[in-house]
Design a binder for this molecule. Structure first.
Ligand code: C2E
Ligand code: CA
Ligand code: CA
Length: 679
């Protein structure tokens, strides 16, 4: 075992030594060479012993085992001390320099580190050898005496001291720390091992003295094998630590993973059951994260999650735990043993603030929001599974209510059961024709002629009455049911449009698609089949998609979009202006139309910024050869203004709310009233 200057240890402070230190280094080397020459006569230059020890030190050093970042385990130091004792300082110094040179050839550390190591490995055998042989001579002890081995021990200590001081002094010079600190960090932890090493040195000397070179060879073999075994042991220990770390850590953020968190909560449950203390499990789900991921790519999403992880860790501190459960879901153990709602509220708000603080990546400032749910031990659950599930229900309630955070309450369980029954109800509803379309007219801004209508889905619920899409679409989207829903809507819309056309008007009909539909490669075939079944020309069907739908899986979505376009069906980009629209994406889509989102159109006469957006969208769309629809036209002035700005079509409550088919026909039958009013 030894302290040896490692190339990487010379971090930060000083890259290389000053001239003066270099002069000292080379001076020390020259001095050592001179001393070896002068004392050559009094040393034993026994070739076979030199070769055996040199082979051992070099092999041992090349197969060194890294114990920590500062200390390596190798038998080379021990071998050099043995050489010092058996042969004298000079030959031992030669072996020392040889070993350092061989290791350097293998690892190529910095040259100045090599020089310092070589000087050290020349000088410690010289000094310790001088010390040892002088004492042996003065005390007249022979190989047979026990005191001889005490002197070997003393020689080892001297060698270790010189070796350590030389290396530590240089390292602390480079790293601008103190030798004292190096002693504490590198030497003291190694002392037991050094003691063992000193004993081995004594054994080696004994074997060499009694058995000659054969004893030394035997010893060297045992040592190298021993070192190898220790190395394997350390390696397997490190591997199992790494495996353990991988099993408990979320790779992306370095936070605890779900298993780890669940385990932690299990432990807290056990501890708090014993102590009677309350605690809480807090869950957070990001809002709008999917949008970032979908539109800007996963790299951004990943960076964002990592940044949030760092913020949360700082906030929770070492008493608590932050975990990423997966996706954009985080879980917290606050470390607060309280059921005081105000205190927990403060904590939840702090987490929300952290999630809301803008995150700047590549000069892009991203703002997210989040929803937090809290479940408390013991009143909301007394095991990790229940606590997590109920915190999740509370989080879901916070999200749907858009209230930031909420505490678990028993009604939430009832609601979640209801949510499930919504879905089973929905299957039935599809079969029983409870799913209907209302139509909202789309009007030409040049002459106010009705060009078509958007079909908007409604659920005529037997108990709850007419449900708007907001009440069920997102639940339906999360299941495979969106595919049969869209099929149903398409069939209704296409047959309705065919009917209008039979009555003589050149109407078109618009249908909204969901992400899932774009990933469904059967959709174009289905559309083609319905068009031919109802003899509707393809251009009479307008399919509405949003950009973020494309971005969720661009390649797959593009295949569907292209096939639909090839059928001759018209495509619109819905809700244009919301989300992270990018012109590059837009240009690649085979679209005919942009629908400017109602959130810009509604306030455009009050807010100059919205007006600017609407105007730019119109110009941009026209430059790309697209037709522009403004949705959310709620009053006459907006309608006129849009006409002046050059928008092509308009849709909104001012013209008509979405109407059931009969009401729509009636409305169509009396267009003059509208025209008179608008014109
Ligand atoms: P959307 O595609 O943006 O549809 C327009 C929504 O704006 C409709 O709400 C409509 O009633 C409303 N609207 C129309 N004019 C005005 C106005 O002047 N002012 C205001 N404030 N609102 C106006 P609705 O029918 O509740 O639909 C909401 C959303 O549900 C739709 O937004 C669409 O994204 C989705 N949706 C509707 N039907 C379907 C469908 O069949 N399939 C799918 N996947 N989604 C649908
Ligand atoms: Ca739409
Ligand atoms: Ca829209």
């Amino acid at each position: 075992m030894e302290a040896e200057q490692k190339g990487t240890a010379a971090r930060k402070a000083r890259e290389r030594p000053s001239r003066a230190v270099e002069i000292v280094h080379y001076g020390a080397l020259l001095g050592a060479a001179a001393l070896i020459g002068i004392t050559a006569g009094s040393a034993h230059w026994t070739l076979d012993t030199i070769v055996v020890i040199a082979v051992m030190t070099v092999v041992s050093d090349l197969t060194r085992v890294e114990v920590s970042s500062k200390v390596d385990l190798s038998g080379s130091f021990l071998g050099i001390v043995v050489a010092t004792v058996l042969l004298g300082g000079g030959p031992a110094a030669v072996i020392g320099v040889l070993t350092i040179a061989a290791t350097w050839l293998r690892w190529r550390t910095k040259l100045h580190a090599l020089v310092n190591n070589a000087a050290t490995f020349a000088w410690f055998p010289l000094i310790s050898g001088f010390f040892f042989h002088a004492l042996v001579r003065v005390a007249h002890v022979g190989h047979g005496a026990a005191s001889y081995y005490l002197l070997v021990f003393a020689a080892f200590v001297v060698a270790l001291a010189v070796n350590f001081l030389a290396i530590a002094a240089y390292q602390s010079y480079l790293g601008r720390t103190t030798v004292l600190r190096m002693t504490r960090e590198a030497l003291i932890p190694m002392l037991p091992a050094e003691l063992f090493s000193a004993l081995l040195t004594m054994v080696a000397v004994y074997l060499a003295v009694t058995l000659g070179p054969v004893g030394l060879v035997l010893f060297a073999l045992v040592l190298v094998v021993f070192q190898y075994l220790v190395g394997e042991l350390l390696l397997s220990q490190r591997r199992s630590k790494e495996l353990h770390r991988m099993a408990t850590i979320d790779d992306l953020t370095g936070l605890a993973n779900r298993e780890h968190f669940r385990g932690k909560i299990g432990e807290e449950v056990a501890a708090c059951t014993a102590s009677g203390k309350p605690f809480s499990v807090i869950l957070m789900d990001l809002d709008r994260f999917k949008e970032v991921n979908d539109t800007l790519g996963h790299d951004y999403g990943d960076l964002l999650l990592r940044e949030l992880g760092t913020r949360f860790i700082e906030c929770v501190g070492s008493a608590g735990m932050v975990s990423r459960l997966g996706g954009d879901e985080f879980a917290f153990f606050s470390g607060l043993f309280t059921d005081d709602q105000d205190e927990l509220e403060t904590f939840a708000n702090r987490l929300l603030e952290l999630a809301r603080q803008p995150i700047v990546i590549d000069e892009l400032s991203l703002e997210l929001d989040a929803s937090v749910g809290i479940a408390m031990f013991p009143q909301d659950g007394d095991d990790a599974h229940t606590l997590l599930r109920r915190a999740d229900l509370a989080m879901y309630a916070a999200k749907t209510g858009q209230v930031g955070f909420s505490f678990y309450s028993p009604e939430l369980d009832v609601n979640s059961a209801q949510r499930l029954s919504v879905l089973s109800d929905f299957r039935r509803a599809l079969l029983h024709d409870e799913i209907v379309l209302h139509y909202q007219p789309i009007v030409d801004l040049d002459n106010l002629v009705v060009r078509g209508a958007e079909g908007l889905v409604r659920w005529e619920h037997p108990e709850q009455g007419l449900l708007p899409p907001a009440a069920f679409i997102s639940a339906v989207e999360q299941t495979g049911l969106i595919v049969p829903l869209t099929q149903h809507v398409l069939e209704r819309a296409i047959s309705q449009c065919a009917e209008w056309r039979r009555d003589g008007s050149e109407m078109s009909v618009a249908v909204n698609l969901s992400v899932r539909n774009l990933l469904d490669h059967d959709l174009p075939k289905e559309v083609e089949r319905l068009l031919s079944q109802y003899s509707l020309p393809p251009e009479a069907l307008q399919l509405e998609i949003t950009e973020s739908m494309i971005m969720s899986d661009p390649e797959r979505a593009m295949i569907t979009v292209r096939r639909l376009h090839d059928l001759g069906v018209h495509l619109s980009v819905d809700d244009f202006g919301t989300g992270y629209s990018s012109l590059a994406n837009l240009r690649q889509l085979p679209i005919n139309e942009l629908k400017i989102d109602r959130s810009f159109v509604i306030p455009m006469l009050e807010d100059e910024r919205d007006l600017i957006i609407v105007r730019s969208a119109i110009n941009l769309g026209h430059d790309l050869g697209l037709r522009i629809v403004a949705e959310g036209v709620e009053d006459e002035r907006t309608l006129m203004r849009l006409a002046l700005l050059g928008a092509d079509l308009a849709q909104g409550y001012h013209l008509s709310r979405p109407l059931a088919p009969e009401a729509f026909s009636e409305w169509m039958g009396q267009p003059r009233r509208l025209l008179a009013k608008v014109g």
